[in-house]
Write a protein that binds this ligand. Structure first.
Ligand code: TRP
Length: 448
């Protein structure tokens, strides 16, 4: 396709992909799910899912995206005559929309906390005080909406600037900074008295607490954290040049995302145990524990600012990737200009996002299967749409595409020398093991 925007270079591709993958999923969702699902057992299952099942899903998205050079919907049009496969792309665009709608609520919280950190109003508070603070903040009607709007505004601005000038450039310097910060915070957290109980919680598994729900939660989280299952990676891959090594890039993305999640666990759990907070606290976990660590640190007020800035950026580099899925679809399939596509997404996401935000307070009486709208969207995204989308993606790559084409794309037409055993194993997982396992987990999880 002519005049299509592209990522500039190897480093740019990697930071953009890592930017999409590393986000609230690592810093906010992973720690609270680990806490809710009993710690180490969940982590072990999670790691298994990531290494064995998710890598092939990511490779499938890469292959479909780069080979077609199109948006989520156009990709299936380009690679197959059969109309039914295009449903995967539509589902992807819809799932990106659902995910973005609740994602920006948490993105808004990160802006709120950054603002408070800048005003030095987070440090020097007690545990109980911080727990109430979080509850008060998110249940207010107006304040979270304003922050949500700010967050969504930034997202829209980056997406408007385009792939190279917006997405790639913003990720390049933010990603390394995030790594440095999370390591500093984890080290400080480990130095707190009683922190070893947290480390034990993270790494000593108790498999008696494992249920089919644990598998579904771990699978959903793995998909969510790696940004797979709703054509985000596919869309980004369509901007990747033909001479990049996509196997290596996938591996590095998975590696950095998983490393970052574990670091986030090490930053949060030791503090949770040290301060006697319940690890099963839920979505507020990171917003309560981290300010506590900061209160105890020399220079904590500054670290608090840096951290919430990091959280904000991590969330931003991910939310832009979600919006880009919808925007690329509108531009290429609906022939709408980038500017209008962004405006359209902005309006629609703002509406649903506002309802999600209000469902924490004013609208909390409206529930679906016992969950408020926010929790329902979170659940729908992670436990239903992503694994289901991922399942369809591997079925397409494994059963619809020819093996020779998949291998051809992975090896850049044979020019890259990649160990054939590795390729065969990945292909076998992609074709048989991944669809079977994901389907089994989905079905047992849903029936449970
Ligand atoms: N992976 C991001 C995170 O961990 C969120 C995200 C971005 C995402 N794009 C996605 C999740 C696509 C699922 C699918 O915060």
């Amino acid at each position: 396709m002519k005049d299509r925007d592209n990522f500039g270079g190897r480093y740019g591709v990697l930071v953009a992909l890592a930017g999409s993958a590393i986000g609230l999923g690592n810093l906010w969702r992973f720690p609270y799910l680990v806490g809710k699902n009993g710690g180490a057992a969940f982590i072990f299952i999670y790691l298994f899912m990531v290494v064995v099942l998710c890598m092939p899903v990511m490779l499938s998205e890469f292959v479909i995206g780069r080979r077609s050079g199109c948006n989520a919907f156009g990709a299936f049009k380009a690679l197959s005559q059969e109309k039914k496969w295009r449903g995967i792309g539509l589902l992807g665009v819809f799932s990106a929309f659902v995910t973005l709608s609740f994602y920006i609520v948490v993105g808004g919280w990160s802006v709120d906390y950054l603002y408070r950190a800048l005003h030095l109003s987070l440090t020097n508070r007690s545990t109980a005080n911080l727990e109430t603070l979080f509850g008060t903040i998110i249940t207010k009607p107006w304040e979270p909406l304003i922050y949500l709007l700010v967050f969504l505004g930034f997202t829209g601005m980056v997406v408007l600037a385009g792939v190279k000038k917006g997405i790639e450039r913003s990720s390049k310097f933010m990603m390394p900074m995030m790594f440095v910060l999370i390591v500093i915070i984890a080290l400080r957290s480990l130095m707190l008295p009683g922190s070893m109980a947290g480390v034990r919680f993270l790494f000593r598994p108790d498999f008696s607490a494992v249920t089919p729900d644990t598998f579904l939660a771990a699978l959903g989280q793995a998909f969510f954290s790696l940004s797979i299952g709703l054509c985000t990676i596919l869309t980004y891959a369509s901007y990747v040049k033909k001479d990049e090594n996509i196997v290596k890039t996938s591996f590095l993305t998975v590696f950095s995302d998983t490393g970052f999640a574990l670091l986030a666990g090490l930053a949060i759990m030791p503090a949770v145990f040290s301060f006697g907070i319940s690890p099963g606290e839920g979505p507020g976990l990171v917003f309560v524990t981290l300010p506590l660590i900061f209160s105890k640190m020399a220079g904590g007020a500054i670290i608090a600012i840096l951290f919430f800035f990091t959280l904000f950026i991590a969330a931003l580099t991910s939310s832009i990737s979600l919006m880009e899925v919808c925007v690329a679809y509108l531009i290429e399939e609906r022939k709408v200009s980038r500017r209008r596509s962004v405006a359209l997404c902005f309006g629609a996401v703002l509406l649903i996002g506002a309802l999600c935000s209000l469902s924490q307070g004013r609208l909390s009486h409206i529930t679906f299967w016992g969950k408020n709208l926010f929790d329902s969207m979170d659940f729908l995204s992670g436990n239903v749409l992503l694994p289901f989308g991922g399942l369809l993606l591997v079925i397409f790559a494994g059963w619809k595409m020819k093996k020779a084409d998949v291998i051809d794309e992975l090896t850049n037409g044979g020019r890259l020398k990649i160990n054939p055993h590795f390729l065969n194993i990945e292909y076998f997982i992609l074709k048989y093991l991944a669809p079977l396992t994901v389907a089994t987990i989905l079905i047992t999880g849903w029936l449970h």
